[in-house]
Write a protein that binds this ligand. Structure first.
Ligand code: ATP
Ligand code: MG
Ligand code: FE
Length: 343
């Protein structure tokens, strides 16, 4: 099927067009520059930016894919989770298009989109398969029995998301927002310089929280270490602190992902979400997966961060499985659970 995908859950306005598993266009307009001076996404600013970017981004995508909107088999749109005001803009645009063109509308889950995008890079998913979802707002291990219909969360963070920890630690180190890519580049030092805590990995935690994560203690430990250093008037070795912090995050993420694959008998591990673009996470997972004979599916980095192609890919899979279209009066859901793939 030929599907248009619209994404507007946070600060990226994304329009993607796919035919089956083939990516035809992926245009992203980001308002990140407008949020930098606030050190985080300002919801009102993001909503306004989506409103301005939606039509031009749609036009660029259609021109790039060389398709006419009349040829579409459906329009998929992020219905949640995300910022309410931002979601509403994409949803209103998608409904208007669906109504005007008389095409079916599919209101879908953004997190399931982070998983489905891998179809564009590596084809059909083996089922069942374990997915590590690591983004700015979420960090979970998922059992994906069918990306279009059945996703179960087997563990998640009990406090901060991995991306959130990256963004907060970047601020402590004086690196710009969003911190993830900056820490990734700055982490050229010694990964064993400081042994930062690995949350929820102690034997007692593994009883109740085997597949859960915790990053807020790590963030605090980094902040304390840096403060003590500054108090002593010593320079902060940014490359070493960044590398040590990153190692703590990636060590836990990859260890628990491997454990989940073994516990659920999955030969395949898929990763998705903005933090899945991280170079150290990709390297460590590749190393550990190879040692255990687990196949690793890593979408290319630009498909890991928010985009419209992921929403189109999920829509395409839903249409192929005969999923029923959403009603034109669906609403946006800021905390939609990952198990609700389609509204
Ligand atoms: P969610 O998907 O949970 O709603 P989101 O859509 O805001 O959250 P994404 O766009 O999927 O999040 O991911 C953004 C996050 O990814 C940010 O926290 C950012 O710092 C992080 N990130 C992006 N690139 C990298 C990288 N190379 N290394 C580490 N983190 C990264
Ligand atoms: Mg973003
Ligand atoms: Fe996201």
């Amino acid at each position: 099927p030929l599907i248009l995908g619209i994404e507007s859950s946070c600060d990226e306005t994304g329009i993607g067009i796919v035919r089956g598993h083939t990516l035809l266009a992926n245009e992203v307009a980001s308002s990140v520059e407008e949020h930098i001076r606030f050190g985080g996404v300002v919801p009102e600013v993001a909503s306004r930016a989506h409103l301005e970017a939606l039509v031009p981004t749609l036009e660029r995508a259609c021109a790039g894919a060389d398709i006419d909107l009349a040829e579409l088999d459906g329009i998929a749109v992020t219905a949640g989770p995300g910022l309410m005001g931002a979601l509403v803009v994409g949803l209103a645009g998608a409904k208007a298009l669906a109504y005007a063109l008389d095409k079916p509308l599919y209101g879908v889950n953004h997190l399931a989109g982070h998983v489905a995008v891998d179809l564009l890079d590596h084809g059909s998913l083996p089922d069942p398969c374990v997915a590590l979802l690591v983004s700015g707002g979420h960090t979970s291990l998922l059992l994906v029995e069918d990306v279009a219909t059945k996703i179960t969360e087997i563990g998640s963070t009990i406090d901060d998301a991995a991306g959130e920890a990256y963004d907060k630690v970047a601020r402590v180190l004086g690196l710009p927002y969003p911190g993830g890519p900056h820490i990734d580049r700055a982490a050229t030092g010694d990964r064993r310089f400081i042994r930062f805590p690995r949350g929820l990995t102690a034997p007692k935690d593994l009883v109740r929280h085997r597949f859960d994560f915790s990053f807020s203690g790590l963030k605090t430990a980094v902040a304390r270490w840096v403060e003590a250093r500054e108090r002593d008037g010593e320079p902060v070795p940014v490359a070493d602190v960044a590398a040590s912090f990153q190692e703590a995050v990636c060590d836990v993420l990859s260890a628990k992902a491997m454990d989940a694959c073994q516990a659920y008998g999955s030969q395949d591990l898929l990763i998705g979400g903005g933090v899945a673009a991280n170079s150290r996470l990709r390297a460590l997972l590749a190393e550990r997966a190879a040692a255990l004979g687990i196949r690793l599916r890593t979408p290319r980095p630009i498909l890991c961060t928010d985009n419209g192609a992921m929403i189109a890919a999920l829509g395409s899979e839903i249409v192929s499985r005969g999923g029923r279209p959403s009603s034109l009066d669906i609403g946006a859901h800021s905390s939609l659970p990952v198990s609700t793939v389609l509204l």
